[in-house]
Design a protein around this ligand. Sequence first.
Ligand SMILES: Cc1ncc(COP(=O)(O)O)c(C=O)c1O
Length: 437
Amino acid sequence: MTQTLSNSLEEHWMPFTANRHFKANPRLIVGAEGMYYTTHTGAKVLDGSAGLFCVAAGHGRREIAEAVQRTLTELDYAPPFQYGHPASFELARRIAALTPGDLNHVFYANSGSEAVETALKIAFAYHRARGEGQRLRLVGRERAYHGVNFGGLTVAGMVNNKKAFGLGLPGAVHLRHTQLPEHKYVVGQPDTGAELADDLQRFVDLHGADSIAAVIVEPIAGSTGVLVPPKGYLNRLREICDAHHILLIFDEVICGFGRTGKNFGADSFGVVPDMITMAKALTNGVVPMGAVAVSDRIYETITGAAPESAIELFHGYTYSGCPVATAAGLATRDIFDAENLVERAAQMSPKFLEGLFDLKDLPVITDIRGYGMIGGIDLAPKDAPGVRGLAVMQQFYDAGLMVKMTGDCVLVSPPLVCEDKHLDEMFTKLRDVLKSQ
Ligand SMILES: Cc1ncc(COP(=O)(O)O)c(C=O)c1O
């Protein structure tokens, strides 16, 4: 299908987009099926990033479309405050069965950003409920991405995302990021760097544990370029949190649902946090939905502190667990189960990582990192940071490959349904474009 662009593109102010560049070089997608997009010029483009890390089960899944369609005619909307509908409870049970440890309670939001805000607010509410309402300090990490709302920005660590938007919540502090110079081209988890987690102990020593509510980290820092945690790093964070009653939140908006080769990064790295935020692949990207899985202890503390029949947590969204998103979530779970997508990710990972690290000889590449089914490729900047990244992204697209760029870093995370031939095509296209840089 070829569509001509006769209408203005000016009115839509696009998110995280070089608007003027885009409007001069429109990259419009008009269809998607399986591993491929169709562009407005009729070209086929391989999806090398599962959209924005969300389309794990591939595009155009009829099962999801049909579930959503059925729901739209059966139950278009049900208010989530003081009322419910059965499917949101069913999806919560399914999620709780997947999450590690006693993370048995699920609070719904509409995006990863909202899941993060929710988790941070629950952390404050938890400490208040146990009589330590003075714990209002949040700990984030350099190079972290936790969405774009004010709580998430506060704990985030990517400078361009933060600098135009004020100072965030007071008192937040940031761990150092985990990418050490000796980690260059390390496949999987680096052996060194676990001691970087001791930054948390330093914050405890400096500010007092009784000022700190929670620490939030992505198990693998995704958007910043795929920083894989050093061996033992997350365990060490867990130990320090336990010693000082600080909550540990894993932001698994990218890592969750098989990207690391297990259900969650928590499973891959063997550390159970107090909360897990999730979104993206929860509905295969089809309908916006985010969620936070919360431990029994947090849920029981907050609910137990409120008078009987009172609202326990004054938080929620008009569309929390809305029927359509829930239907998409359940249908996505069914696909994951029927097609063993998490195991499939684990099986595909060696080939994915081999193809990724095989690019190492290209002179424009300065580092490669990867784990499970996600990889980051750093390119040497040209002129100014991000200039090469944008140009390369356009060249990939023209060559029939979509990837996510962060500045001059190429992020690859194909749908988990990809086959060998798709990985071959992806790495061939990556090589062809990058060798000409
Ligand atoms: C770790 C992490 N947290 C939060 C978000 C924000 O999610 P959303 O864009 O759905 O708000 C993202 C998005 O990429 C993410 O990677």
